[in-house]
Write a protein that binds this ligand. Structure first.
Ligand code: NOJ
Ligand code: CA
Length: 671
């Protein structure tokens, strides 16, 4: 991957050599438990840099900070004006999520700085705000309004992460394919330009994940090592014209975040990124409803239906009613219908401008369907595929959301299938970030929840806008329908919990039951069926799909797990986890206190004994276990699922046998 570097800032990009004398200028802030420490340092020239230590041991060595703007450059002729300190220890309650309470506990240091290399004599005032939590660090640049600044153009961000160890990093390459890749392990020093989150195993007991929080009006952060070192430099996704970020007279960068913990399970449980986002901006959230959904969807990916009109058009009134009947009978709140609107005929991904978001095809009676669904307590889930034509969508979205609201539709899946937005801008650049933000805010006005496909990588905005329910930005289960490499390999779903899923909820859409594909390369799920069930617990999404066509669920006892699995949790635990190998997640239903477990392995079969010490002591429970059946194997025999029931309490342990590429899914209910 070639990186585009603007010559004017190239001089600023060489690694900075730090001298020992700088230590005397250190400004420190530690986590409330004292274990994690961030030091900000200045060398004699005024170059700004930082270090991070955990329990006294280096995690991040001297790493440069700064912003190279067209108008001025920050971070290399800097002096400190003032240091302010603050602390917070609060508990907040997300509208939905993996737990009902989140503790936000940090110490803050806000360093007021003055840069003299500003192109004129007056200099630039700016701040570096740092928060240190027990499980991670966040810092960001803030440029307040000042007389001599009327606009800014960020050409390059100079933030570095010089990791102390050349650990194993799991990442996907930076490109414009919507993050739909397999996360590959590699040494940090061997990486090319990669997207964040970037998760690194530094030692057997030290894991670091680098990402960002609150990406609001900026470009997404990517990373690349300088030379073959462990010093990672930020590389922001550019505009088509090469600039990175345009701002008026003030600027707040997203938070640069590092989750720093001892185990992979703790990575999954860290809420540093959510805590760094602003509290909920929506006053009345009563209309935001997490739900399970099915859809007229897999049929198109398997080519049994078409999106456009024709003899096998999926989105017909009758077919939708059939899906609504099934949803009502099986406890699903919504039915997604794709291909309902004008614009799908022909090469839609090259002609997204043709999409109308208010005109249904003639065989899709949207008024009648909405009325029918309302009578059954099932909502239609809207679909807005834009083909990447963001401007066409912006012109229509107000009226489209208003129409949906009138029809009682409260969620919309959006999509941007095109390598570039509006023919020229990347999905992770500032142009797209602004567009996605506009969609979320406009949708909120109309009480619409969003499930965004082909998004920019999530950064915790759902804390502020909890109508941003879920996003794709992953190589999801659709690849099990048509990918030329035969489907998502078994490692993928035990890697993404520690990489993509750290960024936020994921619309992976698990739940395939029909593995028949007689056509080479026989693309189908590379997992057992029991593992498909487990994914519904492990891969969190507040709008969670059961992806298969409904005829493939009829009469299947395993389907009970998908049809009942909650989407909003009181508590989440990760009893065991190894990146790329296995993961077990236990979640407690927010509504009734039942526990739901998902255990998954890669291509290696696995026996595990899971203590149930998280159950309430002295209480009796029944565990209903959906396990890989006799002889199950993801390649040769993926379908057997053994369903059994056993009485358990907090002193019990479950012995789970996971097949190659297998899993187990368990419901533990009070007796
Ligand atoms: C790609 C999305 O990820 C998929 O879910 C959708 O069906 C197609 N685009 C068509 O919009
Ligand atoms: Ca996609």
């Amino acid at each position: 991957m070639k990186r585009l570097i603007i010559p004017a800032v190239a001089a600023l990009l060489s690694p900075v050599i730090f001298s020992a004398c700088t230590e005397s200028h250190a400004m420190d802030v530690s986590s409330p438990d004292g274990r994690l420490n961030f030091s900000l340092l200045l060398d004699d020239e005024g170059q700004l840099y930082y270090k991070v230590r955990k329990d006294g041991t280096a995690v991040v060595d001297s790493s440069g900070l700064g912003l190279a703007c067209r108008e001025f450059s920050l971070g290399h002729r800097t002096e400190v004006r003032k240091v302010e300190r603050a602390a917070k220890d609060e508990v907040w309650h997300p509208v939905w999520g993996e737990e009902s309470e989140i503790r936000n506990n940090y110490n803050e240091m806000c360093v007021h700085l003055h840069e003299s290399d500003s192109g004129d004599t007056s200099g630039i005032d700016y701040m570096l705000r740092v928060r240190v939590f027990p499980d991670g660090v966040g810092f960001r640049y803030e440029i307040p309004g000042q007389e001599n600044v009327s606009e800014m153009t960020v050409m390059e961000e100079l933030t570095e992460f010089a990791l102390h160890e050349d650990g194993v990093a799991w990442s996907i390459p930076w490109n414009h394919e919507y993050y739909e890749h397999l996360y590959e392990p590699s040494l940090v020093s061997r990486l090319d330009t990669v997207c964040s989150p970037l998760t690194v195993k530094m030692t057997d007991s030290l894991y670091v994940s680098i990402h960002e929080a609150a990406l609001e009006d900026y470009a997404a952060m990517n990373l690349h090592p300088i030379g073959n070192s462990t010093r990672l430099r930020t590389w922001l996704t550019p505009w088509s014209t090469g600039e990175k970020v345009f701002a008026s007279n003030t600027l707040k960068s997203p938070w640069r975040t590092m989750t720093i913990v001892n185990t992979p399970g703790e990575l999954m449980l860290s809420r540093v990124m959510l805590n760094l986002n602003e509290p909920c901006a929506i006053e009345d959230t009563s209309w935001i409803e997490p739900a399970r959904y099915i859809g007229i969807w897999w049929g198109m990916h398997r080519k049994e239906y078409t999106w456009g009109q024709g003899p096998t058009h999926g989105a017909t009134t009758d077919n939708t009613k059939r899906y609504m009947d099934f949803a009502a009978d099986n406890g699903f709140g919504g039915v997604l219908v794709e291909g309902w609107n004008r614009g799908w005929d022909g090469d839609w991904s090259a002609n997204g401008d043709l999409f109308s978001f208010t005109e249904p095809y003639p065989d899709f009676d949207i008024e009648e369907i909405a009325r029918y669904g309302a009578g059954k307590g099932v909502r239609l889930i809207g679909h807005h595929e834009t083909g990447g034509a963001a401007l066409n969508y912006e012109q229509q979205m107000d009226s489209a959301f208003a129409m949906y609201h009138r029809l009682g539709i409260n969620s919309v899946k959006t999509g941007y299938v095109n390598p570039l937005m509006d023919g020229k801008e990347y999905h992770s650049g500032q142009y797209a970030v602004r567009h996605y933000r506009k969609v979320i805010e406009t949708a909120a006005k109309h009480h619409i929840m969003i499930d965004n496909h082909e998004p920019v990588m999530p950064t915790g905005l759902q804390r502020t806008y909890p109508n941003l329910m879920t996003q794709e930005g992953v190589r999801g289960c659709e690849y099990d329908a048509w990918s030329p490499d035969g489907g998502n390999p078994p490692e993928h779903t035990v890697t993404i919990p520690f990489t993509r899923c750290l960024a936020g909820p994921v619309d992976y859409t698990p739940g395939t039951f029909n593995y028949d594909n007689p056509v080479p390369p026989y693309t189908r799920p590379q997992s057992t069926l029991a593992k498909q069930l487990a994914m519904s617990v492990v891969l969190y999404s507040p709008l969670q799909m059961a992806s298969d066509m409904i005829e493939n669920y009829e009469g299947r006892p395993e389907f009970e797990f998908l049809s009942r699995c909650p989407v909003d949790w009181n508590k989440t635990l990760v009893p065991e986890a190894k990146i790329g190998e296995y993961v077990t997640v236990a979640r407690q239903d927010k509504e009734n206190g039942d526990w739901w477990l998902g255990a998954m392995t890669n291509r290696n079969a696995r026996q595990t004994r899971l203590p149930l010490d998280f159950l309430e002591p002295g209480k009796k429970y029944v565990a209903k276990i959906f396990a890989d059946g006799d002889g199950a194997d993801y390649r040769s025999n993926p379908l057997p699922v053994a369903i059994s029931e056993v009485e358990v309490d907090s002193t019990s342990a479950l012995n789970l046998n996971l097949a190659s590429g297998g899993g187990a899914a368990v419901i533990i209910s009070r007796k």
